[in-house]
Design a protein around this ligand. Structure first.
Ligand code: UDP
Ligand code: GLC
Length: 381
């Protein structure tokens, strides 16, 4: 099938990493169009997936800004629609991977008479989006999309709650290649050595630095724990959250954590870094639509704790494959950290069980078959 994928971002967020996996089986015939240049283009090229950058000036991707406002920052929205429409005539289907891609994709779908698929990876709730953004997304999806793939039941429920047509939706979780997570322990030892983490109980947080990702909650928790508990914060501010980064550094100083918190910035070697951890913490304060890091932690066979909201509830079975704590509750998180610290054998057993389950539930091969099957139904109706 010839697919024209659209994504607004040039940067590597979870939506873009997942799209790379979705596009792989179509690389001989597909094209991925980006509305900004960046490391995402490089990743697609490394994977031999055809890519074209349609606008070199990054558009504002802040979730709070109006979709239409930020689209206004592109020199010409019309020119983007024209470019996509022209390209779409050589493809059978338009696949929008982000909200602004949906806006352009909807018009291009109408003009080129190509069906539109919307891969919805955001929870369309007031926590994340203004009412205008929610209305625009739902109206365009209802009117133009033949299929809305949601990355969790929570994402699906929020879409319906915002007025989206349930019959358009299908839940498809992110898929992963389990074999990529089986690396020798020596790599992790090397990382521990390089970062001076030997003999420490290391908690890893893997996410862009952003207020709703809640890195500050982890810092508050760790301040309540023994001194040989150390944190690595892996990730960078991707979408202009520099003020939050400053606040995090300030919090580290105020809580006396300077020796115990390492800011590692954006890294591509997630697997050995995860393997170097004793526990991986996910701390989003607003509902997380899916949360790739949780499954990655499971596949690395490392214990994982996440917040009890959004899609995360569908990923972690508390006490069986990890732990959940109420969003923003640093005290509860500290208790979970302490129980992993004091009973490492129990934590390891849970991590082992989680790896087996995640390998079965979130296998890329199965997920890509599921997507292929859904796409084929569009042409049968
Ligand atoms: N990630 C990465 N390098 C980093 C931090 C994060 O490659 O320094 C990856 C992480 O492994 C995960 C993705 O970025 O695959 C983040 O996806 P997730 O669904 O957890 O959250 P999002 O940022 O998309 O909301
Ligand atoms: C988005 C969501 C994240 C999800 C990812 C992949 O970036 O914020 O929760 O895991 O998409 O679907």
């Amino acid at each position: 099938m010839k697919i024209l994928f659209l994504d607004q971002s040039g940067k590597l967020g979870g939506a873009e990493l997942s799209l790379t996996d979705v596009a792989k089986p179509y690389r001989e015939t597909c094209l991925v169009c980006l509305f900004a240049d960046g490391t995402f283009r490089e990743l697609l090229e490394q994977n031999h997936i055809p890519v074209q950058v349609l606008a070199t000036e990054p558009i504002n991707v802040s979730k709070e800004s109006g979709i239409l406002d930020s689209l206004g920052s592109i020199r010409s929205i019309v020119s983007l629609i024209v470019k996509v429409t022209t390209l779409a005539r050589n493809y059978e289907l338009i696949y929008a991977n982000t909200q602004k891609a949906l806006v352009i994709g909807a018009f291009a779908s109408f003009l080129s008479r190509r069906p539109l698929v919307y891969h919805l990876r955001d929870i369309l709730s007031p926590d994340h989006f203004s009412s205008t953004n929610r209305r625009v997304a739902v109206t365009l999806a209802n009117r133009f999309a033949s299929l809305v793939i949601t990355n969790s039941q929570a994402t699906q429920a929020a879409f319906v709650e915002a007025g989206g047509r349930r019959e358009l939706t299908h839940v498809v979780y992110n898929g992963f290649e389990p074999e990529n997570y089986n690396i020798p322990d020596t790599d992790a030892h090397e990382i521990r050595q390089t970062l001076g983490l030997e003999g420490q109980f290391v908690i890893g947080h893997f996410s862009r630095l952003s207020p709703w990702k809640g890195q500050h909650i982890l810092l508050e928790s760790v301040a309540q724990c023994p001194k040989d508990i150390t944190v690595i914060l892996v990730g960078d501010a991707l979408f202009g959250e520099e003020d939050y980064v400053k606040e995090l550094h300030q919090t580290v100083t105020e809580l006396g954590l300077k020796e115990r918190v390492h800011f590692l910035g954006f890294r591509s070697d997630i697997v050995p870094l995860m393997k170097a951890c004793n526990l991986i913490a996910h701390t989003s304060t607003a509902p997380e639509p899916f949360g790739r890091v949780i499954i990655e932690a499971m596949l690395c066979e490392r214990p994982v704790v996440g917040t009890a909201a959004g899609g995360v509830i569908e990923l972690i079975e508390p006490g069986k494959t990890g732990w959940l704590f109420p969003p923003g509750n640093s005290q509860k998180l500290a208790q979970i950290i302490m129980s992993c610290y004091q009973q490492p054998e129990q934590a390891d057993a849970i991590a082992h069980h989680a790896k087996i389950q995640a390998t079965q539930r979130f296998n890329l091969k199965t997920v890509n078959q599921q997507i292929a099957q859904l796409l084929s139904t569009i042409f049968r109706t």
